[in-house]
Each structure stands twice: as C-alpha cells, then as structure tokens.
Design a protein around this ligand. Structure first.
Ligand SMILES: [Zn+2]
Length: 412
C-alpha cells in the first residue's frame, strides 16, 4: 500500500483531547501518512494538484482510538488449543480480527500476548488491513502460572517461537532472563509477565501470586536495559502491589486493587489497564466460546470488583489506559468497553485513556492518539461528539462517518 498520498481535511471541528475542547474551522493537512499542519482554515497552505479533499463540515474530527489490551491471535478462547494450530491459519484469523478492530475506529492496538513482529510487519506493509500493532511477543509465565495452559496431566510444552501460543513457560532467574531477552530481540515494545493467577488458565488460583521476587527483578532489569518496560497481569492487591514495588511499570486488569495500590501507582508513575468488557462477556458466553467450566467459575471473582477498581484508580489520579482483552467471537464487543467505563469516568477521562495516556504508556507520545503535526494521520470523522457522550463510541457503525489510518481513508 502506498503512503505517498496528500490529503486535506477541511471544515473540521477538531477534538483537542489534551485541553478537552473543540477547535472549530480547522484544516488538517496530511503528507505521506503524517499530519503536517493543523491550521485555522483561513491560513492553511495552498492546495496541491493531486490532493484528496475530505469535507468534515458538521462533523467532529478526533484521533484514532488505541486499545491498550488486545490479543490479535486469540480467535478462540481456548488458548491451550490455539497453541497447536497452524501459525498460518492463526494469522488468517488474526487478519480478520484486526480488520474488524480498525473498522471500530481502533487505529493502534497494544497486543499483550500473542502478536509478534510478523503480524506487525504484515500490517505495516499493507498485507493485512488493521491497526498499528504494538507488540510484546509471548508473555512469560511460571510453571502452573496464568500462561501455562496445559491440563494437569500434561507435561509437554512446545516453546517454539513459531507456535501460535500466547506465552512461554520459564522458571528461575536465568530462564526468565532468557525469555525476556528472546522477546526483546524480536522488537517487543514491552515484556509481559504473569504476576497472579487468571481466569483462562486451567491450573492456577486467581488469588495466587506468581514468579519469585528474584525472577521479577531479573525481567525488570532486562527490560530496563533495553529501554523497554515490564507489564504484569495481576488481579489482587497482593499481586499488584508486589509487582509495582519490584519495578513493574504497568498492570493489566487490577480488578481487586486497594488504596495502597493506588498510592503505589501514583508514587511510581505506573499505569493501570483495566479490561472490564471481557469479564462481562466471559460470564455471558465464555463457555460457548471455548472457555472451560473450571475457568468460567473464576469469572465472578473479578467481574464485580472491576468497575469499583476503575473508580478508585481514577479518583486517586492513577494513569489509566483503555483496554478490552476479549477472546474468540467475543472480540466483536470491543467497543462496549466505552459504555462500561462511562459509568464511573467522565467522557474526557475515557477519551484520554484511549488516546494520550495509551500513547504515553507505549512511548509513542506525539505519534498516535493526537491530532498534531508529526503524528500519524490516524483520525476519526465523527457524526456525534464523544466529549458530550463517550458511549457513542460503543456504536461505531453509526457514530463514526470516516476512518483514516496513515492518511488513507479506510474502506469499510
Ligand atoms: Zn489479556
């Protein structure tokens, strides 16, 4: 796909998410996939001969959305089964899932277990239609941890990097170091580790802590050495607080955090990525999507506490990022996360979490989540104003008029 395009968006009411205001009558200029100018209409540069024009009169133009927690490879909730699929078949499904994400207005996604450099490259080169993929490779899990998807009676684990498993198992400081280095050498933006039990894993307790202090410190050291960061899957305050004290810079889920957690997040400048829609869907139709009965029984532990945790974190000033974490056919409910968050956050808080704060977490400030010169031209032309009611983003088919990614109008 060629990015050597010129696009001019005229009569735009630009949503400035940093300030929380609408800038009326703007012209946005795009050259080769990047925004080069956001000017008052009267002072915009001369029209080029081959320029495409998009009239946004009466519409709101906002940055493309960022989902901070997805699994582009998880076309089934049976993650253990996924590991033995053909990688080509898994990639074919991933291309379908990513296209759907883009059509919901997500122009960047942060994949926190599963996606590799191959999927990111396929999108980059236009082979797959989808959001930019910011990936961490495979998550690191201890034996019997959240990323150990073997049944109790199974001892074999194929850790070949081309298997479409979302995690690898490593025990001991040397093994976790090598695991982290292996992900980082593929260009991972972060290293994901399992700090507590989880829902989709067959043999762990949700309220367990995972990895030793020494193992966590080793991963943190490796990530820091590479100028990257560690993100940890964790639910309970015990697991979250331990991770934050050991240098983990981001927590995924955090459904059962306490006030001490909030203090630690703020003190360390760490990020929280709640993923509320996934528990709602796992409760409703997880089993139908391949989730085992034993996993389904774990959902209640995290479902109800999640919204309260988001409220607590927001009130305490934690840097919150938008995330969804959906598996299998449940991925179609990605946009519903906006509806859930709107119960405890203001529209501006939700918008920031899905743009500016997510970009900051990924060290992509100024590149994504913002309409400004130098940023990728990832834009949504909205029929409705999400600053008034952010739940309009839960119905992307009606609220989004046009999606632009990298300066190219997305054909829906
Ligand atoms: Zn996840």
């Amino acid at each position: 796909m060629s990015h050597h395009n010129s696009l001019r968006i005229i009569n735009a009411s630009v949503l400035d998410i940093a300030q929380g205001i609408i800038l009326a009558e703007r012209t946005i200029l795009v050259r080769d996939g990047l925004i080069t100018e956001v000017a008052e209409s009267s002072s915009a540069a001369e029209l080029l001969p081959d320029e495409e024009i998009l009239d946004a009169k009466g519409k709101i133009v906002m940055p493309g959305l960022i989902d901070g927690h997805v699994h582009t490879l998880a076309s089934t909730a049976d993650l253990g089964g996924l590991a033995s699929w053909s990688p080509n078949y898994a990639a074919a499904h991933a291309s379908r899932l990513m296209k759907d994400m883009l059509h919901r207005g997500f122009t960047t996604v942060r994949d926190v277990a599963g996606a590799d450099y191959g999927l990111a490259q396929a999108v980059e080169e236009g082979l797959f239609i989808g959001p930019r993929v910011v990936f961490g490779g495979k998550a690191l899990s201890q034996t019997g941890g959240h990323g150990d998807l073997r049944a109790r009676g199974s001892s074999f684990q194929d850790d070949h990097q081309c298997c479409p498993s979302i995690s690898i198992i490593c025990d001991g400081v040397d093994a976790v170091r090598k695991g982290a280095r292996d992900q980082l050498r593929t260009g991972a933006n972060h290293v994901k580790i399992m700090l507590s039990g989880g829902v989709a894993s067959p043999t762990d307790r949700v309220d367990s802590t995972q990895f030793s202090d020494e193992e966590i410190r080793a991963v943190v050291e490796e990530a820091h050495a590479a100028n990257r960061y560690v993100t940890g899957h964790a639910y309970t305050a015990r697991a979250v607080n331990r991770g934050l004290r050991l240098g983990v810079r981001c927590i995924e889920h955090g459904n059962n955090i306490d006030d001490e957690s909030v203090g630690l997040f703020v003190e360390t400048g760490s990020y929280l990525v709640p993923t509320l829609i996934t528990y709602e869907r796992l409760k409703i139709d997880g089993v139908k999507n391949g989730l085992s009965e034993s996993s389904h029984e774990k959902v209640d532990f995290v479902l109800n506490a999640g919204l309260e945790a988001l409220a607590r974190a927001t009130k305490g000033g934690v840097k919150v990022v938008f995330g969804t974490d959906l598996l299998g056919d449940m991925q179609q409910y990605q946009s519903e996360e906006f509806r859930i968050r709107a119960q405890v956050q203001t529209p501006l808080e939700v918008l920031r979490s899905a743009t500016l704060t997510a970009a900051e977490l990924m060290s992509m400030e100024g590149q994504v989540g913002v309409i400004a010169p130098g940023a990728f031209a990832d834009l949504l032309v909205m029929n409705e104003n999400p600053l008034d009611d952010v739940t309009v983003l839960s119905a992307p088919d009606t609220s989004i008029a046009v999606i632009v990614k990298g300066g190219v109008v997305v054909q829906r």
